[in-house]
Structures are given as structure tokens and as C-alpha cells.
Ligand binder design. Structure first.
Ligand SMILES: Nc1ncnc2c1ncn2[C@@H]1O[C@H](COP(=O)(O)OP(=O)(O)OP(=O)(O)O)[C@@H](O)[C@H]1O
Ligand SMILES: [Mg+2]
Length: 855
């Protein structure tokens, strides 16, 4: 590029004012770069253009009528061109001049290759990208389900270069738009973003007049700009609407954005019916890396995607990511010291000279007012780690300003969970960064089917031949992102790391926009080594050399986890994804305004995530991939902690299971009678069961609640118990027997019951003090009785005739001769139906005796 070059937009504007057509201008700029003189010379001297124009006649226009681009009658194998809106009002010569776009259908692969090489420096399209572009060329809607970092963005960026028309990209996060515009500028592609965060009032007008090839837009702004967009479609032409991170449209997904649900407006306003003069619909391209099968269906319906939508699926498996899960309190300074020591060593080996580095002035960090909003005194408070930090010798004075600011705010404002929770960190609108669009529009130097078939085979992951080779690779000192659940942790941990000599910064949606912008920039420029962030720094962030993603605390879903972990190793090299979580605490949902239905769904997702962490015997990558409905094509990943360390030893927990089931049956049945009389009594809780087991059975007296929690999860998975309380649950709290469980009770229970212990069971077994709070009551330890549980039920045992009779009266469908372990079955969804009423007198008697015992 010569010295006289100007930025792309200026060049386009000037050339446009000179009277050149857009398509011609774009081609020229693509060929010679953003230099007005060179572009003019290119256009005037390129005689090939005229020949091409002459070689087509207006007969090439597609037939009117079906509204979709179909196949040309003269060449059935060749997809007919997507007719530009403007074509319809053109003169014959205009149509001729447009004719180079006719060639898209013929040699588009070659053209794409050239464009890709020129702008992005890539030698070839990935196979899934090729299929997506083929769908675009054939004017089909397309749903792209491809792994994080696989290159989905290119699928909607290329159409802008290929057609010279505008591509409108709907995106949920300003940080994501920011990231992509910055990259496109580097590659000489003009782009802008629109939304309430756009401070330059002229950008919107320029965008609507067609000055930018790619317009990133948030859903609210899109709704407001429907009319101008229709104008844009008739002026320059809109090639495509791309909906990035489209899982946000589904309330079954992990990141539901209500404003995304209004995107059906695209289909309603850009189709033949509405724009009568036009002959085609503008195709939709919906892209995501984290959609379960249910979410995919929801996407299709919500967007009103066509019946001919092509689904392009790649494997969700990322073969270079090394997953692991570790136990940590994740709450205080001693946890930080333990868990981040290795990380600190990695970076401080490099940064020997300058221990403390305030890269970003602390005053940039906090908004001038209301860093955190005040909260209701009654709200629960998070642990305030600031006290711990102050006491720590690692915290010196140089960082006092930001730390003090944080501390005083943390102290004074009484941070409530409600305010700090992550859901608040979803960037609901684009008013999160105040980056002017002009920055991204080319100022930087140019460097260079079936009807919705969900069973489509994914493209296999490009897995290295020998994973062990990859595994042996040293993990370089590249950047790290630490994801934490709350905003105050972003500050506490980044302060801790900075004070330990690591170049770290906090990132959460409530920090000052100028600060966030700088964090973003410095992270991309490798000036920052670690960003400690909430989910605000998640979706779509594309930095190739991120080597570590650390989750410090339970994520809210596996989708979110997979999405965030996907920021790692986008260069294909080995990267670590470590989840630190407190195994001794069941995670809870971060508070948010949710409907009842949404709460249930969110709880289920959290439960799946909890189970992923607690499972110590199953390949992590396999679990993740199968969660998204994909059949894992390998036995395991050979790289995760489970694959490396092997599963824990199998244990025969026959006696414990028997005790548990029998204690539960006794409690459940005793309680049943009482509950019938008093609606206020609750169902027996897991704690109560454990208490009873520990009191009754000497061998089990030393196992703590944690161990039984793990066992309850395993029994629930095997279909023997289910949650009795009518509420969604992460960890079963009021177990009750299922039909299979009752059958188990009826069996002799002599067969071994092998399980791989869960992570909480292992933790419990490691503890030197093997008891929980129950021991504090002074009950149980001295009681070595291990008499049959049946004694609790009158004088009978579980296999005694009276007990069987009682069971068969209450559960007539239970076949006492079935041994569930010979033909294992599960009935997780079934409810226990109580058909036979007990004798009224018996109920009264039992109630009286129970109540008198309680007194
Ligand atoms: N054909 C290709 N050849 C080589 N590299 C590519 C190709 N296509 C894309 N890439 C690179 O892959 C990286 C990831 O691309 P991109 O950000 O589009 O991923 P993504 O699929 O959108 O991921 P996410 O789901 O995390 O948003 C980019 O840095 C891009 O340069
Ligand atoms: Mg992306």
C-alpha cells in the first residue's frame, strides 16, 4: 500500500461520490487496497470488466415468482444469482454492469480463496466453512453449529467481500463486536457497530447509506432500524443477516437474552411479501458453538427459518484442550495462594524486574459514581475477601489506590449477592464500551438437505494423530483468563495477582468503560498476562494464544463452561482448562429475575454442571461433547485429569446402599402417615436419613454427609431414588424411593453394588475427621446397634411377610420377586402412586405414637 492510501471508508465514500458503483468500488478496493487513485486506475484500466459485462445479457435475470433464488434453467447445476434489490429498478446497462456477480455461482470457490488469502492470509476454507458458503450461494438459510474457535465468523464475513453488499451481523455483546471490528480493520475490511454504545452519531447514517461492508448490530437497535435497513437493502443491497451466538434466542440455552426473541422481525420484514418489488428473501445464517438439540429446535422456530435450512455441524470436541477439575474453597486468600502459585511462577519467571505493575491507572477502573449500587440490608452478603487481602504481606502499598477504592466500596456498600451476581453481568445492551466506530473502519494498515435434519453427521475434529505428542508439549506462558462468579472476585483476585508480580486486570461489566476498553486492548496486545473476568468477557473473544482458562467457582451451566473454555487454544496448541470448585458445597443459582419455568431449567443446567465436576471416573471431554448430543467418536481424550490419573478404585457399597434405602423407606413410610394428618410436616431430608444411619449402624457412623450426598447422586442416576420435594434440585435433598428402589428393597440385596466414588465421596474419605455436624450432638457414636431397619417398622423386617404385605397394599405393582440388578431398569420419570388406602385406625395409631415420640 502506498503512502497516499486512506482508510477504506474514506476511499469508498470518495469513490462513491465520484459516481462509481458500489460493487465496482469494492472490487477495486479489494484488488488494490484503500487507495483512491489506485482504485480509479484499476476501474478504468480493467478492460476485463467490460468484456464480462458484455458477455451477459439481461436474459440472465432470474424468473419472477418463487421469491427464492433458484437454479438457472439454462444451467441447472449452477445456482442462480441472488438478485440485488437494486437490480429491479435498473436500466439495462446497469444490469450489464452488474453482471460480474453472475459469476458468484460459477467460480465462487476460487474467488473466496483469493479473497481469503488477500484479506486474512488463510490458504483454504475449512470443510464446514465451505459448506456454509455453499448454502449462502444457493440462497439457503443456514444453521451453523461449530466448535468454539472453529472459524464461524469467516462464514459471514466472506459474503460481504464476495458480493460487495452489506452483511448485517446481530451480536449480543459489545466486547464481541469490538473484538471483531478491530480484527476486520486489521484485515482491511470496513465494518462498524451500531447500538446505544455508539457515541458517534454520524455512524448510523453512514451505515444505513451503505458505507460499511459489515454492520454489527445489537438486537434492540436492529428492531429500531428496520426501515432504514430496508432502505439499505434497496440501495447497496444486503447479502445476509447473520445471527451470531444464536443460542441466546432460546430460553433453554444458558444465555437467554429476551431481546433476541424479537429477531423473527427479520423474516417478517425482509421477505417477498413485504418488499413486493423484490424477488427474494435475504437469507439467515444462525451461528453458535453451544446449542443442545432442544436449543437448536428453538432457534429454528424463533427465527422462522425456512424449511430448506441447511444445518452444518462440526464436532464439539476440542482435541487440544486439557480439562481438569480441582477441589478448592475458592474463597479466601489462602485458596488464592495455593491455587495460583503455579500461575504466578509461570509469569514471574519472566517478570523478574518489575514486581508491581499498574498497567492501567486505577483511577480508570471505577465509574465515578455508583461502582456498586446500594443494596437491601436484608440481602445475603458475599464473603468480603478484602479483609484477607489487606492482612496479607503480599499486598504492598503500591496498589493501594485501586485496592482501597475497591475495599471501601465493598465495605460501605454492603454488597448483596443480588447485585453482584453474574446475570447482571450480561451486557444487556451495547452501552458497555464507548468505542467509536471509526476506529474499526479501516484506519489501521491493511496487512494483508433435508428439512432441518438434526441428525446430520458432524465434521470430525481435526485431531492430532498422536494425542500423546500434544500432551507432552510444554504449556507455554501465553495469556490466561480466570472466570469468577462475582464482580468483587474479579477485583480481589486481580489485585492479588498484581501484587504477586503478575500483569493482571479485572474485567466486569460495571467497571468503567474506558478501563474495560483498555483491558481489552492490552490483552490483545499481550501486555496483560491475566484477565480476571465475569462472563462479560466471554462469548466470541478470539485471541489465538490463550493458554489457560481457569474457572474459579462453579459455572452456572455446562454450556457456559464450554463456551468460556473455548477461548483457550484457538491456535490449535495445547491449552489447559481448569475448574476449581468447592466439592463440599452444592452450588446454587446466582439470583436473577427468572420465571418459574426458567428457574427450573437453570437449576437443571446447574445440576448437570455439578455432576460433571463431581464425576471422577468419566473422560471430561467425552462428557462435554455428549452433553451437546454428539456421539463421541473416540474412547476418551487421553488428556483430561480423569484420563491421565485413571478413575478411582471401584467400591462395593452394597451395605451402605442397603442401609440408605432401608432408612429412607422407613422414614418415608413413617412420615407418610404423619403427613396425611399434618400438612406442615416435611418429607424426610437427606440429612435426617444420614443422621439415622449414623446412629443405627456402627460401620457407617464415621462417614460424613458429604459421602452420602455423593451416594445419593449415584442412586438417583441409577434410578433407585428421586427428589421427593416438589422443586427442581441440584443435589437431591429429600430422597424418596422410585419403583425400582422399592424393588431393590424387596430383593435380598446380596449382590455387590459397585460404584466409582464421586469427587465429594473421595474428599470425604480423605478427611482425617470423618464425621459431620451430626457428631456434635453427642448421639450415635456410642450406639453400635445395627439391628435390622425393619424393627423401626413395627416388629418386622423388610423381607418379613407383614412388611411385604404392607408394601403390596401400598404399592400393588411392586413385584417382590424381581431382582432389579439382574435386569437393570430405571424409572426416573415415574411417580409413586399410592393406590391402597391404609386402615384409618392404623393411621391414627401410628400418628399418635409418632407424635408422642416427638414429645
Ligand atoms: N479457514 C481458516 N484457516 C485458518 N484459520 C482460520 C480459518 N477460519 C478461521 N480461522 C481462524 O480461527 C480463529 C477463530 O475464528 P472465530 O473467531 O471465527 O471462531 P468462532 O467459531 O466464531 O468461535 P467462537 O464460538 O468462540 O466465537 C480465528 O482467529 C481465525 O483467524
Ligand atoms: Mg464467534
Amino acid at each position: 500500500m502506498d503512502g497516499s492510501s486512506v482508510n477504506c471508508d474514506q476511499a469508498i465514500a470518495e469513490l462513491f461520490e465520484m459516481g462509481f458503483r458500489f460493487s465496482r468500488i469494492i472490487e477495486a478496493i479489494n484488488a488494490v487496497g484503500p487507495s483512491v487513485d489506485d482504485a480509479v486506475e484499476y476501474i478504468f484500466n480493467d478492460s476485463r470488466n467490460d468484456e464480462m459485462a458484455e458477455s451477459h445479457s439481461s436474459d440472465d435475470l432470474p424468473e419472477k415468482g418463487n421469491g427464492k433464488r433458484g437454479l438457472s434453467s439454462s444451467n441447472p447445476s449452477r445456482p442462480m444469482k441472488q438478485l440485488k434489490l437494486v437490480d429491479l429498478s435498473k436500466t439495462k446497462s446497469d444490469v450489464k454492469a452488474n453482471s460480474e456477480e453472475e459469476d458468484i455461482g460459477q467460480d465462487w470457490e476460487l474467488r473466496v480463496k483469493n479473497l481469503m488469502q488477500k484479506h486474512f492470509g488463510f490458504s483454504a476454507l475449512k470443510s464446514f466453512q465451505k459448506e456454509v458458503l455453499a448454502a449462502f450461494i444457493a440462497h439457503q438459510d443456514c444453521l451453523v453449529l461449530a466448535a468454539t474457535g472453529s472459524g464461524k465468523s469467516l462464514c459471514f464475513q466472506i459474503p460481504a467481500l464476495l458480493t460487495g453488499k452489506v452483511v448485517v451481523v446481530i451480536s449480543p455483546l459489545i466486547s464481541l463486536m469490538h473484538d471483531q471490528c478491530m480484527k476486520l480493520a486489521k484485515h482491511g475490511v470496513s465494518s462498524c457497530y451500531l447500538g446505544s454504545g455508539q457515541k458517534d452519531p454520524t455512524v448510523e447514517g453512514k451505515a444505513m447509506s451503505g458505507m460499511y461492508g459489515i454492520i454489527y448490530i445489537c438486537p434492540e437497535t436492529l428492531v429500531r432500524l428496520i426501515k432504514p435497513l430496508q432502505g439499505l437493502a434497496t440501495k447497496r443491497g444486503i447479502a445476509l443477516f447473520a445471527i451470531d451466538e444464536v443460542h441466546c434466542i432460546s430460553k433453554w440455552g444458558h444465555d437467554f437474552r429476551p431481546e433476541y426473541s424479537r429477531l423473527s422481525i427479520l423474516r417478517e420484514n425482509f421477505r417477498t411479501k413485504k418488499l413486493k418489488c423484490l424477488k427474494y428473501d435475504i437469507p439467515l445464517m444462525a451461528l453458535t458453538a453451544t446449542a443442545t438439540i432442544q436449543v437448536r429446535e428453538d432457534i429454528r422456530k424463533s427465527l422462522h427459518m425456512s424449511g430448506e435450512t441447511r444445518t452444518v455441524l462440526t464436532s464439539f470436541f476440542r482435541p487440544n484442550l486439557r480439562f481438569s477439575v480441582k477441589n478448592s474453597k475458592t474463597r479466601n486468600l489462602s485458596s488464592y495462594n495455593k491455587d495460583f502459585r503455579e500461575l504466578i511462577n509461570v509469569y514471574t519467571r519472566k517478570n523478574t524486574s518489575d514486581v508491581r505493575q499498574d498497567l492501567i491507572p486505577p483511577e480508570l477502573m471505577y465509574p465515578s459514581d455508583n461502582f456498586y449500587s446500594s443494596s437491601d440490608d436484608s440481602s445475603p452478603e458475599l464473603v468480603d475477601v478484602s479483609d484477607d487481602i489487606e492482612d496479607d504481606p503480599l499486598c504492598g502499598s503500591s496498589n493501594r489506590v485501586s485496592f482501597q477504592t475497591a475495599k471501601s466500596v465493598l465495605k460501605e456498600r454492603k454488597l448483596s449477592v443480588e447485585f453482584l451476581e453474574d446475570e447482571c453481568d450480561l451486557l444487556k445492551d451495547v452501552d458497555d464500551l464507548d468505542v467509536s466506530c471509526a476506529e474499526f473502519s479501516g484506519q489501521l494498515p491493511v496487512k494483508a438437505n433435508d428439512d432441518f435434519d438434526f441428525s446430520v453427521q458432524p465434521y470430525p475434529p481435526e485431531r492430532p494423530n498422536k494425542t500423546t505428542e500434544l500432551f507432552d508439549e510444554p504449556l507455554g506462558p501465553g495469556p490466561t483468563i480466570i472466570y469468577v462468579p462475582t464482580r468483587n472476585e474479579t477485583i480481589a483476585i486481580s489485585d492479588f495477582l498484581r501484587n504477586s508480580g503478575v500483569r493482571a486486570a479485572a474485567y466486569n461489566a460495571k467497571l468503567r468503560k474506558s478501563y474495560l476498553r483498555q483491558v481489552h486492548k492490552e490483552f490483545h496486545e499481550n501486555t496483560l498476562e491475566v484477565v480476571v473476568a465475569t462472563i462479560a468477557f466471554g462469548m466470541g473473544i478470539d485471541k489465538s494464544n490463550v493458554r489457560r482458562i481457569i474457572h474459579y467457582g462453579w459455572p452456572q451451566s455446562l454450556e457456559a463452561y464450554h463456551q468460556e473454555a473455548g477461548r483457550a487454544g484457538r491456535d490449535g496448541k495445547l491449552a489447559d482448562c481448569v475448574l476449581y470448585a468447592d466439592f463440599s458445597r452444592v452450588p446454587t443459582l446466582l439470583p436473577s429475575q427468572r420465571s418459574e419455568e426458567h428457574t427450573k431449567q437453570a437449576t437443571r443446567m446447574l445440576s448437570d454442571c455439578f455432576r460433571y465436576g463431581m464425576n471422577a471416573s468419566r473422560c471430561r471431554a467425552k462428557t462435554l461433547v455428549q452433553y451437546f448430543g454428539e456421539k463421541f467418536s473416540y474412547e476418551n481424550c487421553h488428556m483430561c485429569d480423569v484420563c491421565i490419573n485413571g478413575p478411582p478404585e471401584l467400591q462395593d457399597v452394597k451395605d451402605e446402599v442397603k442401609n440408605f434405602m432401608e432408612a429412607m423407606a422407613v422414614e418415608y413410610m413413617n412420615d407418610y402417615w404423619v403427613r396425611r394428618e399434618s400438612r406442615y410436616l416435611k418429607k424426610p431430608s437427606l440429612k435426617l436419613l444420614v443422621f439415622r444411619i449414623r446412629r443405627k449402624v456402627q460401620n457407617n457412623a464415621a462417614t460424613d454427609l458429604l459421602w452420602w450426598q455423593g451416594l445419593a447422586r449415584l442412586l438417583e442416576d441409577k434410578g433407585l431414588i428421586r427428589e421427593g420435594a416438589e422443586m427442581p434440585h441440584v443435589q437431591i435433598s429429600c430422597p424418596e424411593p422410585t419403583r425400582l428402589g422399592l424393588e431393590f428393597l424387596q430383593s435380598k440385596g446380596e449382590e455387590p453394588f459397585y460404584v466409582y466414588p464421586e469427587a465429594d465421596m473421595l474428599l470425604s474419605m480423605e478427611r482425617s475427621k470423618l464425621y459431620s455436624s451430626f457428631s456434635g450432638r453427642g448421639e450415635g457414636w456410642a450406639d453400635s446397634s445395627s439391628a435390622g431397619w425393619g424393627e423401626e417398622w413395627g416388629d418386622s423386617s423388610f423381607r418379613s411377610e407383614p412388611f411385604k404385605e404392607m408394601l403390596s397394599r401400598r404399592y400393588p405393582w411392586v413385584n417382590p420377586f424381581v431382582n432389579p440388578f439382574k435386569s437393570p431398569r430405571t424409572y426416573p420419570g415415574r411417580s409413586i402412586s399410592i393406590r391402597a388406602k391404609p386402615e384409618p385406625q392404623t393411621v391414627r395409631e401410628r400418628l399418635n405414637s409418632k407424635l408422642s415420640k416427638k414429645k
